[in-house]
Design a protein around this ligand. Sequence first.
Ligand code: 5AD
Length: 365
Amino acid sequence: MERKENRQLDEHRQKQMLLIDQLQEKTILTADELKELLVERDQIVIEYLCKKASTICERHYGRKIYARALIEFTNYCRNDCLYCGIRSSNKKIERYRLSDQEIFDCVNEGYQLGFRTYVLQGGEDAYYTKRKIGMIVKKIKENCPDCAVTLSFGEWDRAVYEYWYECGADRYLLRHETADKMHYQTLHPCKMSFDHRRRCLSILKEIGYQTGAGCMIGSPGQTPDLLVKDLLYMKEFQPHMAGIGPFIPQKDTPFASEPSGTVAMTLKMLAIVRLLLPKILLPSTTALATVHPMGRDYGIFAGANVLMPNLTPQRVRGKYILYDNKISTGAESAQKIAFLKEKLNAVGYELCMERGDSLMQEKIQ
Ligand code: 5AD
């Protein structure tokens, strides 16, 4: 009896490992096969998947982990996403905006610390007009021409995106959140449109931004079938970057009592994305490091190669509460970069402070 079970397990493992090899060899798997990998529970198979992913990452990027300094410049937001702590109907959070000067001071401090990429992230806050953001980007690029500026500031018109690109913005992060329209509608108020978000992503890429898509893992109502859709969408869209982290509840949102996404599912998604898009830039997210003390390392072991230490001024750090218990001190803090370097060295990786552009530069037709 036991022998039969062992044989079945061996056969299962071999079949799954073959699927993983096929993924790496650029054979497109069917939706069913991708789903089989996502629901896999056998630790040996999951480790095999992660190992393949980190090996392919190393082949393209070496054992370098790219550092980006994150500046959360406003937590005002006109949107009301059901999962997000800075949603407009959350009256409990204290709102803040950074002045232009505060943003420049952050960048200067980051430059001294060695950062060469700044991610300006904020809620969709119309206080920062097209011109204002444009001026901020221009000034950063004038002062630090060797740096990349990434915007992560939500949905705007083509003309606005074009203007910021002309001002010197290099990259834009806009997670697609979920590739299923019905699911999208359960996570967002009806004013927000799945199609518009998709259009924004296509426009950003057309303009020439290195573009980041991505999704939360374990958001309420998500199923493995929906995650397969996320994978197929990302494979088709070919983003230069993908932000993939677990959903974590925030107590003042409608999803306050929903469970967090799991580490295991997040790692499987990271690893599969790495195999589907070998040259992608893939952060090991703060959310992953928040749900597990080893999350940051596990993400890297599953093929992630970017970290985004927090450079938001101390005065407001802690107020950008997308989800509860978000970490922003210790190795998550830009100021503690030496500590982060040590931690990465200890597991055989090197923190890389260069701009670290995506190797996926070619545009899709
Ligand atoms: N848990 C995890 N990630 C979240 N985000 C927003 N709210 C949460 C949450 N509760 C993510 C979204 C957004 C990014 C800036 O933060 O995916 O795109």
